[in-house]
Design a protein around this ligand. Structure first.
Ligand SMILES: Nc1ncnc2c1ncn2[C@@H]1O[C@H](COP(=O)(O)OP(=O)(O)OP(=O)(O)O)[C@@H](O)[C@H]1O
Length: 230
């Protein structure tokens, strides 16, 4: 797929995402959010995105600038999301909201106002809204950014759990996130895919077998410097 802005071009990017967590790694401005918006259909451009049956998917999406109305309770907000995503064939309601809150470990905050949630909880609420509708594909744009180490740890654990049942595509520029949660990595540089494979294959590029933030950093620098398309 492609997307051209006046001063930036994404792609052509051709890749396949599978069940588990794939980290989309890249420096600021590498094109991660643009690629994610193309995947979820929030941005037009060249090429197509299809699921395994060849249909256009409707992934659950956590945008980078996720917010929710502060005066609503977590439940009321999610019920509104469920109502928006309901179709005649598939009405969504109370049970779907309950399941989404449980999945992100926010059941105890169901009646709390959005404005009273911590940054980490708000981000988990963002993941909960992405789960409403039951898509197997989750596209999460920098879900750990701005969180403190404890909140980041909680979110990483959540991503790992979701990766057991979903195709989770998560963008980050933190090599710690990649080392902690990803099975696969797609590295973007200047709008081009310069690595696409499993985490062990990425660190091998730096001559390493250990998966740590340091080995990921080293390999990331190598693939970005080489600039060879994946
Ligand atoms: N709507 C737009 N119109 C014009 N240019 C855009 C638009 N959106 C993004 N860009 C440009 O495309 C490039 C890639 O942006 P993008 O937000 O996809 O990168 P990113 O890797 O997600 O960066 P970050 O990590 O900082 O969020 C940037 O140079 C940005 O200025």
């Amino acid at each position: 797929m492609t997307r051209a802005y006046p001063a930036f071009t994404l792609g052509p990017v051709s890749t396949t995402f599978t069940q588990g967590v794939t980290a989309l790694l890249g420096a600021n401005g590498a094109g991660k959010s643009t690629l994610m918006r193309r995947i979820v259909g929030a941005e037009s451009g060249g090429g197509t995105v299809t699921d395994e049956e060849g249909h256009e998917p409707s992934p659950g999406y956590l945008p980078q600038d996720f917010t929710a109305p502060k005066q609503l309770t977590a439940t009321d907000y999610l019920r509104f999301v469920a109502w928006c995503r309901s179709t005649r064939r598939r009405p969504l309601g109370r049970a779907d909201v309950g399941r989404a809150l449980e999945s992100v470990d926010l059941t105890s905050k169901a009646r709390s106002k959005v404005g009273a949630l911590s940054g980490g909880m708000l981000r988990r609420l963002g993941v909960a809204q992405a789960l409403i509708g039951g898509s197997r594909i989750l596209v999460l744009d920098e879900p750990t950014v701005g969180l403190d180490p404890i909140q980041r740890g909680e979110l990483r654990r959540l991503l790992k759990v979701l990766g057991r049942t979903h195709v989770v595509i998560v963008s980050t520029h933190l090599s710690e996130d990649v080392a902690a949660v990803a099975e696969s990595v797609s590295v973007l540089s200047g709008g081009r895919l310069v690595f696409d494979g499993d985490l062990a294959g990425l660190v091998q590029i730096a001559g390493r077998t250990d998966v740590t933030a340091e080995s990921v950093d080293l390999a990331f620098s190598r693939v970005v410097d080489s600039g060879v398309d994946a």
